[in-house]
Write a protein that binds this ligand. Structure first.
Ligand SMILES: Cc1cc2nc3c(=O)[nH]c(=O)nc-3n(C[C@H](O)[C@H](O)[C@H](O)COP(=O)(O)OP(=O)(O)OC[C@H]3O[C@@H](n4cnc5c(N)ncnc54)[C@H](O)[C@@H]3O)c2cc1C
Length: 196
């Protein structure tokens, strides 16, 4: 988690900022992980070994300046869904907008499927209610379900009126979208944010 000064930046839960080292022209998108109620801004960033910006951010020292623009994006929790039971489906750091939603809307009756390869990637798992969350861990035994989120959804179909919010890599999003459509969820009840 990279924590930075907020400097008065207003944003809505689910939006992202563009971040990079100060003075660098290379910026990348990162969903805001913290809630708008908090004094600082946080982003949950996976270090990509060959990655230009994620590696540079990982090497920052406390007090180093960063370049920041934003907020951007329209991946928000629709107001009427805040009173319903939305389904959140994430892979890896795609859990970030859902972390922000859960911190921002106390009492939210959500369900979260979080797909990761290893249980060590279930960062800050305690923020999510264990009764509402299924950790789908595909490569080690540390989760609630031994497989991918798509396999879990195949085994546990959703009802067609469920509002579904997907965030993470494009393969998961396209596969999940096809599954949900086959289970009768209309296209306009599926919202997605693709990371890469
Ligand atoms: C709207 C939006 C929000 C995003 N929010 C987040 C976030 O909250 N946290 C976060 O960690 N990332 C997030 N990303 C991804 C992020 O913007 C960068 O793409 C990522 O950090 C890699 O940047 P880089 O400069 O280190 O790698 P680059 O030098 O740009 O790319 C190196 C290689 O890594 C691949 N790659 C990119 N992202 C990943 C990944 N997550 N896992 C595996 N391979 C990858 C690329 O396809 C490329 O082949 C978001 C992307 C978008 C579009």
């Amino acid at each position: 988690v990279l924590r930075i000064e907020r400097c008065g930046l207003a944003f809505e839960p689910g939006q992202y900022i563009c971040l990079g080292r100060a003075g660098s022209l290379a910026l990348r998108e990162y969903t805001v992980y913290s809630s708008p109620e908090e004094d600082h801004l946080e982003a949950l960033i996976k270090e990509i070994p060959s990655g230009l910006v994620s590696r540079a951010l990982r090497r920052l020292s406390p007090g180093d300046p960063v370049e920041l623009t934003g907020p951007f994006g329209r991946f928000r929790l629709v107001e009427s869904d805040r009173a319903g039971t939305p389904l959140f489906v994430a892979t890896g750091t795609g859990v970030s907008p859902f972390h922000c939603f859960v911190r921002s809307y106390p009492g939210l009756d959500y369900r979260l499927l979080h797909g990761v390869r290893c249980a060590t990637e279930l960062y800050e798992r305690q923020v999510f209610d264990p009764g509402r969350t299924v950790a789908c861990v595909s490569r080690d035994p540390g989760g609630d379900y031994p497989g991918r989120v798509t396999a879990y959804l195949g085994d546990h179909p959703v009802s067609p009126e469920t509002a579904c919010y997907l965030c993470g890599n494009s393969d998961m999003i396209y596969e999940t979208m096809a599954l949900l459509r086959a289970q009768g969820v209309p296209r306009d009840r599926i919202f997605a944010e693709i990371y890469f």
